[in-house]
Design a binder for this molecule. Structure first.
Ligand SMILES: [Zn+2]
Length: 341
């Protein structure tokens, strides 16, 4: 297990190494042994920046890039492309991150932990890309529950909305968690995080591929509003965590909290106050809800009523997942409210 502890350093290259376009995400480490920034030239010199595999089990962005680059083959790209291949070690094991590893998408500039070696690596990526006249930035992710495809932005700017709706009419604005790639690049250029549904779905890869190819062809992002009928816009207002000491399960088990096993069907649906999410066997509040300012607002959203975990106000969740490891490593879900762009 000592291999985990090698500190990541940033490698930069300006070519596609042999095998990169055919290797599987879990074998990528054979081609790129560590996180790598690859720069490829194109007709329009302002590069598109794309990051993939920040979470090792989220393979859609990587697979879409392989297809995109295969499509162009030896031909010149319409636009320069810089690609950051992130947590290759976690991809090797098919995990979001390894135990003992930091979450790569929490250590970009703006992070609450700027002194970690991984944070220094992300600072190096941003510094390198800041020297280039960036066109836009795209960070590609998957989630593990049932979710539609949507785009996230961290800045309320027409060009960001224009970029986001090229992917989906569902657009989410968020300011927490801190240290995400799209928030760091929002300082430099229009930036989005794409959520492409579950890993391994061909239509997710196709959708990401179409979007990325589109970004290589567009010459400008319009600086005027997206028409209201083309967008469903939400603000993320809170993030819901399991308290560290709480044991939980989706099956009836000897644990503190038994969660409903179809919770993820509530994603992107307005859920009324009074909805039961599970049962707290000891009657204690098992969740911690943190708002966009970082305050604990658990009492504003959930209550325990005779061991039942009850939602106390209308919300729209996203990223609800049934994956217990992901809930521990990330969170149970985000809570959103509809907003006007
Ligand atoms: Zn992710």
């Amino acid at each position: 297990m000592g291999a985990y502890l090698t500190l990541p350093s940033l490698t930069q290259i300006d070519y596609l190494p042999d095998g990169l376009l055919s290797v599987s995400p879990s074998d990528l480490y054979r081609v790129l042994p560590q996180p790598t920034l690859v720069h490829l030239p194109g007709r329009d010199e302002r590069p598109l920046f794309v990051s993939v595999l920040q979470h090792g089990n989220e393979t859609t962005g990587f697979l879409a890039l392989q297809q995109l680059l295969k499509k162009y083959g030896q031909r010149e790209l319409p636009r320069a492309l810089s690609i950051f291949f992130g947590n290759i070690e976690a991809a090797r094991r098919g995990l979001r991150r390894l135990d003992g590893q930091v979450d790569y998408n929490r250590v970009w500039p703006g992070t609450e932990t700027p002194d970690l070696p991984e944070a220094h690596m992300m600072q190096a990526v941003v510094a390198e890309m800041a020297r280039r006249d960036l066109f836009a930035s795209v960070d590609v992710h998957n989630n593990t529950g049932m979710n539609p495809h949507y785009a996230c932005i961290n800045k309320l700017d027409h060009r960001f909305f224009q970029l986001a709706v090229l992917f989906s009419r569902l657009v989410v604005f968020f300011t927490r968690p801190k240290g995400v790639q799209s928030a760091a690049f929002a300082q430099l250029c229009p930036a989005v995080t794409l959520e492409c549904g579950k890993s391994g779905q061909a239509h997710g890869v196709e959708h990401a591929l179409e979007f990325l190819d589109g970004c290589l062809h567009i010459s400008e992002l319009a600086d005027h509003p997206v028409p209201a009928h083309d967008i469903d816009f939400f603000r993320s207002v809170a993030q819901v965590y399991l308290r560290d000491e709480v044991t939980f399960s989706f099956r009836n088990d000897r644990v503190d909290l038994v969660l409903d096993d179809d919770l993820d069907h509530m994603n992107f649906t307005e859920i009324p106050a009074g909805t039961e999410w599970g049962s707290s066997c000891n009657g204690a509040m098992p969740l911690r809800v943190v708002d966009a300012a970082g305050r604990d607002v658990t009492d504003e959203y959930f209550a325990i009523d005779q061991q039942r975990l009850i939602l106390t106000r209308k919300v729209m969740p996203s990223s609800l997942t049934l994956d217990e490891r992901i809930i521990r490593q990330d969170c149970l879900c985000y809570l959103m409210e509809r907003a006007s762009p």
